[in-house]
Every structure is written in structure tokens, then in C-alpha cells.
Design a protein around this ligand. Structure first.
Ligand code: BG6
Length: 477
């Protein structure tokens, strides 16, 4: 379904995110017919190039980072023709008058701040001073949205000076992933799961986001963040919210975000024993975290595993185990809802603990498995085994069922004016309010992350976090 005609200005239009994600994503939307003719994408940055130079840069980026098949060269030319470039100085005067002249108010206009957060204020102010944005304009901002509660509040205040909350689109690209949205469809579109989705039936929930990449190349940013700020405060907490929230009364932005906020506010402070931090070790020729981060004394974590609890009627007493890390065994993201044991087995000799597990794979192979217990086939009597009812979406729905990337979906939502998959200011602040004391605690205790082997599942202590409660992590594979 095509969106309305738009003008999209990308500040930081020559940057990494624009070239890798935003523009290739827009090209794919263009190919699918979603981007109306007449829409314009305006790259704005400090580089001294003209529109032709910009078009060439983006043509190269699209060839490199996906999207352009040979057969689509003609279509690529049409897309590239919709690009413009302006040299704009975020802190000065250059380019702003020209931008004012270029922007059309009769179409949807959106401003993507793909720049350091320290520039948000300057950009927002100039968009107003030069009368480039109006009350219908939208601004899109990227993570990191602050590095603690105070800085997030400052950013929110800065944006609020010039824009209403309904105009602000804070991106967490995990919310744009197909299966992440599917979480809501599975929970609230089926009768089967929701009655069991509580502390009477669920033993615990595991959320894993494992990566194989290290931090080489972005060590300067990462070393100041660590896994807690880079992944847990945003992506993992968003997953936690979607899996744990109450059913919103309708699928609309504020109804969904109100429910997510309640989950974050109900999170209990964490006991330091319930957190394990790790840092990947050197592995033959593969550099260690400290080498990648170019900081030989770094105590930043590239892995984190934690156990938290949500204090409300639905979840009291149910542990949620979260883990994420770099240079692990496999790239895989999964949420597993592990149900309680049956209370009593009627089958003689069956002492094994049988548990139903609903595992939802977010990436790379999107799908769901439900582990159920059945009779082992054959004449051996009533012997029970656990088997997965497997539904890999590519198999069930065809490999091309959806190849939309998170960014392209989210940008189209901005143009449509749908904020459901974007974080509201109070949500981000609540997430920092929960993570801040944890990070401060590490600092106060001079906490040192445990080394772990590259290609492993993380430090041993992360296993122990589960083992001491007679549970275990699902295998990363
Ligand atoms: C980003 C983090 O937000 O998400 C990166 O800054 C991380 O460190 C990335 O690698 C993971 O995203 P995805 O979509 O590859 O799972």
C-alpha cells in the first residue's frame, strides 16, 4: 500500500547508517511501489558535495549494502533521481535557507536525525527558526537515546522545546523486526497461549540475543556503552515488554506503549548476584575485546546475563533471564517461554522432567517451536519423549513471505504517522531509571567482567546463574 507523498530530510545523510540501512531500505520500498512518485529524499550533511555527487554515493551504497540487482538498474536510476543533497551546518547558518526553500508543506515532511545526539538541539532549533518544520512535521531519532536517565531527560526536554511528543519517532530497530511484531500477534491473536501466560503456568522466560560479531571498528563508541547500554536498556527490554505486557485494549500507539511502560515500572531492582558481565578473550589471531576496543584497561562488558523479576499479579515469582553478547557461538535471537512441570506423572518409570517450551526465534531463521511431550513410537510401552512442533516461517509461508528490513518498515510508519513501534519518551526514561543503579553499582564495586572464550556461550558464571536455580539456558545454535 503506497504511503502519502513525502519529503524526507536525512541529517547525517552521508553517514554509515544512511548508506547501509536507510537508503537501501528506502530503495526496496520504492521497488515495492510504496514510495509515491514525487516524493523526495534530501541528504543533508557537512560534506562538500552536490546532488550529483550524493546520487553517486548512494548508488554505490545501494550496490554494496543490498537492494540492487542488475535487472533493477533502470529502477535504481528512477529512485536515485528522487535524491537531493544540501550542505547544511548543524551549528551554523549554512544551508538552512536553501532547505526552507526546498521543503514542501503540502506533503508529509519528516526529518531523520541520523547524527550524534549532541546535535539534536541545534537541529531542532534551526528547523524552527528557519521555519522548515511545522506542527505536522515528524522527527526521527536514533539510539543511543542518552546514556543514563539524566541525559535522556535532557534530550527529551530539548526535543520537547520544539516538537510535540506525537511528532517524535524514537527508533529501536528491534521493534521493526517482523517476528518482534509477531510476538503480539501470537499472544493476542490466539486463544491457546494467553490463558497460560502467567505465574500459574510459566516457570521462567529466557531472552537471548547472541551475536558472532565483535566490536572491532566501533570500539570507541562501544567501550563507553557496553552491552547493558547498547543492547539491554533498549532492544532486550523492548522484547521483555512485549512478552510480558498486559493486552492493550487496541493496537494503537499509546495503548501499546502504556502497557509496555507498566512492565518497565514493575521491574524489581536487581540483586548484584543476579548479573554476570563478560568480556571476550583473545583467541589465536582473533583480538580480544580490549584490543578491539583499543583500551587495554577496559572493564566494559561485551556480554551480560541477568535475572530479573516483574512485580505484578501476572508475573510475581517468575524469573526472566536475559542475555546478550558479542563473539558468541552463533548469531541467534530467541525468546523461550518455559512452562512448569506437570504436577504428577501417571506413567510408571517416567522420571524425566517434561516441560512445554514455546520458543520464538527472531533471527536469523524466523519461526516458532512448541515442545510437547508424546509417546515414543513403537512397542516399548508408555515411554515419553519431548518433540518440537516446528514452524519455520520460511517453510510454512514461503521464503519470500517477508523480506522487509526493520528500518524500511519503520520509516514507512513514520510517513504514515504511526508511532506504535517507536519508543515514547517516558518509556525510554523508565528504562534508564532501571538500568542506571545497576551500572552505578558496578562502578562503585569496581566490578570486573569475566573473560569468556570467543565462539562460546559466554562466561561460566552465566551458566551458574541458571544452574543454581536448577534451570539451564537453551543452547545457542
Ligand atoms: C545495535 C547495536 O543497536 O544492534 C549493535 O548497537 C548490535 O551493537 C545491533 O550489533 C544488533 O542488531 P541486529 O539487527 O543485527 O540484531
Amino acid at each position: 500500500i503506497p504511503v502519502e507523498e513525502f519529503d524526507l530530510v536525512i541529517f547525517g545523510g552521508t553517514g554509515d547508517l544512511a548508506r547501509r540501512k536507510i537508503l537501501p531500505g528506502l530503495f526496496r520500498r520504492f521497488l515495492s511501489g510504496q514510495m509515491p512518485a514525487g516524493s523526495r529524499i534530501i541528504g543533508a550533511a557537512r560534506s562538500d558535495i552536490d546532488s550529483d555527487g550524493y546520487r553517486q554515493m548512494i548508488r554505490d551504497a545501494i550496490s554494496e549494502f543490498g537492494g540492487a540487482e542488475k535487472s533493477e538498474t533502470g529502477r535504481l536510476n528512477d529512485f536515485i533521481a528522487q535524491l537531493h543533497y544540501l550542505r547544511v551546518d548543524a551549528k551554523g547558518e549554512a544551508g538552512w535557507k536553501e532547505l526552507h526553500e526546498l521543503i514542501r508543506f503540502k506533503v508529509v515532511n519528516a526529518f531523520y536525525f541520523s547524527v550524534a545526539p549532541s546535535l539534536f538541539g541545534d537541529l531542532a532549533e534551526r528547523l524552527h527558526t528557519f521555519k522548515i518544520a511545522d506542527n505536522d512535521s515528524r522527527v526521527v531519532v536514533e539510539k543511543p537515546f542518552g546514556r543514563d536517565l539524566v541525559s535522556a531527560q535532557e534530550l527529551n526536554d530539548t526535543l520537547a522545546e520544539h516538537f510535540d511528543e506525537t511528532q517524535i519517532y524514537r527508533i529501536d530497530h528491534y521493534l521493526g523486526k517482523e517476528t518482534v511484531q509477531n510476538l503480539m500477534a501470537v499472544r493476542f491473536g490466539n486463544m491457546l497461549f494467553e490463558p497460560l501466560w502467567n505465574n500459574h503456568y510459566v516457570d521462567h522466560i529466557q531472552i537471548t540475543v547472541a551475536e558472532t560479531v565483535g566490536v572491532g571498528g566501533r570500539g570507541a563508541y562501544y567501550d563507553k556503552s557496553g552491552a547493558m547500554r547498547d543492547m539491554v536498556q533498549n532492544h532486550l527490554m523492548q522484547l521483555l515488554c512485549l512478552i510480558a505486557m498486559e493486552a492493550p485494549s487496541q493496537f494503537d500507539a499509546d495503548a501499546v506503549r502504556d502497557e509496555k511502560l507498566k512492565v518497565i515500572r514493575a521491574l524489581q531492582p536487581i540483586d548484584p548476584h543476579h548479573i554476570v558481565r563478560g568480556q571476550y578473550d583473545v583467541n589465536g589471531d582473533e583480538p580480544s575485546y580490549r584490543e578491539d576496543a583499543e583500551n587495554p584497561k577496559s572493564f566494559t562488558e561485551s556480554f551480560i546475563a541477568l535475572r530479573c523479576e516483574i512485580a505484578n499479579w501476572r508475573w510475581a515469582g517468575v524469573p526472566f533471564y536475559l542475555r546478550t553478547g558479542k563473539k558468541l557461538k552463533a548469531r541467534t535471537s530467541e525468546i523461550a517461554v518455559v512452562f512448569k512441570d506437570i504436577g504428577h506423572s501417571i506413567f510408571p518409570g517416567d522420571e524425566k522432567r517434561h516441560r512445554n517450551i514455546l520458543a520464538i526465534q527472531l533471527q536469523p531463521n524466523e519461526g516458532m517451536q512448541l515442545q510437547v511431550t508424546i509417546k515414543e513410537p513403537g512397542p516399548g510401552g508408555m515411554r515419553l519423549i519431548d518433540v518440537p512442533l516446528d514452524m519455520t516461517f520460511a517453510e510454512a509461508l514461503g521464503p519470500d513471505a517477508d523480506d522487509t528490513d526493520a528500518y524500511e518498515r519503520l520509516i514507512m510508519d513514520v510517513i504514515r504517522g504511526n508511532q506504535t513501534l517507536f519508543m515514547r519518551g517516558d518509556e525510554v526514561e523508565a528504562a534508564w531509571a532501571w538500568t542506571d543503579p545497576i551500572i552505578e553499582g558496578w562502578k562503585a564495586r569496581n566490578d570486573v567482567p569475566k573473560l569468556y572464550d570467543q565462539g562460546s556461550g559466554g562466561p561460566e558464571d552465566a551458566m551458574a546463574l541458571m544452574h543454581r536455580e536448577e534451570r539451564r539456558w537453551r543452547e545457542i545454535k
